[in-house]
Design a protein around this ligand. Structure first.
Ligand code: H2U
Ligand code: ZN
Length: 343
């Protein structure tokens, strides 16, 4: 059997873990849960939305009459900027640590009815600029800044209004901490930045490419565990978002639109996902790091059938049926025009 049809494992060098690929299972029947696809057409302004311009939020404060991007401190923040609680580290099996931080919400646009793929490139560029500014501001007094977007009810997102979040912490959380370690080890052993080398090799190969331009490439990574997972990589050396040059930001806005348009077009739905940026923790030079974004979407075979990371995935290791190459091909071959903007 060919590699593309035979069960095999692939190694994720960023997470330092394996994923089982079982392509022959892709055609198995599904009689399980069907989710409701999001195909709603929403108004530009919703009087009941906590995030729309001018409206009152759940915490009682009012949003400004904002015209492009609007950022506010989360009214129900998971972290506080104040001193953390006292912890007792006396017992090795009952360890705890203080956790201080800042949580913000970023509204991408005042238009309640349009998510990133339906926004103009110039408006996505404004989001990029705000992400970069937040990272610069918050990294001055936090150890790590996590920028992310939870999109769609299926991902537990609380509102259809286009928005994301920023959580800055006085510690480096587990995922970026692991990526820091794997990239540092690679750098020491190979004298190159792992993800810069990887981006160049994916550009050359092309089999897993979803979109690319002079500055960026979006791939279904070789080691993807979610069916339509995407890794968005710079093709140049860059450690943090705040370091991006103006033209690199323009190209980023373009590829963000291309990636999210492909997602929506795949199943003709507002495609749910969790996406987020991983940049170098702290502010010191970190040549082993390459800034990148992960997109983790739950959908598998239609707008209503999702992948569940359960069973073997929870107890042993991640597993996928669809190969990353097939997933990339499916995404790459779609129209570049958003399905809702067609006449
Ligand atoms: P999601 O990105 O998962 O939808 O979460 C939205 C965040 O917005 C959530 O953390 C905050 C919630 O606490 N929020 C406010 O701070 N004020 C509001 O009025 C509504 C939601
Ligand atoms: Zn709204």
């Amino acid at each position: 059997m060919a590699f593309s049809e035979q069960p095999h494992r692939r190694f994720n060098p960023l997470k330092n873990e394996w994923v089982l690929v079982s392509p022959h299972r892709a055609k198995r029947p599904w009689q399980g849960q069907q989710d409701t696809p999001d195909s709603a057409v929403r108004p530009m302004h919703d009087a009941d939305c906590y995030l729309c311009a001018g409206n009152e939020r759940a915490g009682g404060l009012h949003n400004s009459d904002y015209k492009n991007v609007f950022i506010f401190d989360n009214d129900f923040a998971a972290l506080m900027p104040s001193e953390g609680c006292e912890v007792d580290n006396g017992k090795p099996l009952f360890r705890a640590a203080p956790a201080n931080g800042t949580c913000r919400v970023i509204c991408f646009s005042p238009d309640h009815g349009k998510t990133l793929p339906e926004m103009a490139v110039a408006d996505i560029r404004a989001v990029v600029d705000n992400w970069a500014a937040q990272e610069a501001e918050l990294s001055a007094n936090h150890a790590y800044v996590q920028i992310f977007e939870n999109k769609g009810a299926m991902m537990g997102c609380s509102s259809p209004h286009p928005h994301g979040q920023i959580w800055a912490t006085d510690y480096v959380p587990a995922e970026p901490a692991r990526e820091d370690e794997t990239q540092a080890t690679w750098f020491t052993q190979q004298q190159s930045a792992m993800l810069l080398t990887y981006a160049a090799q994916e550009v050359e190969d092309g089999a897993r490419t979803v979109a690319y331009n002079d500055s960026w490439i979006a791939v279904v990574p070789y080691w993807a565990s979610w069916p339509y997972e995407i890794l968005l990589l710079p093709r140049f050396t860059i450690q943090r978002m705040s370091m991006l040059e103006p033209d690199q930001r323009d190209r980023l806005a373009e590829i963000m639109k291309a990636v999210t348009t492909a997602y929506d077009n795949l199943f003709q739905t507002s495609f749910p996902y969790s996406m987020g940026w991983h940049g170098a923790p702290g502010t010191v030079d970190a040549p082993h790091w390459q800034l990148h974004a992960h997109f983790y979407p739950p959908l598998l075979r239609s707008a209503s059938v999702r992948k569940f990371m359960v069973g073997y995935e929870m107890l042993a290791e991640a597993q996928r049926d669809l190969t990353p190459e097939t997933a990339a091909e499916n995404l790459r071959n779609l129209s570049k025009i958003h399905y809702r903007s067609k006449p």
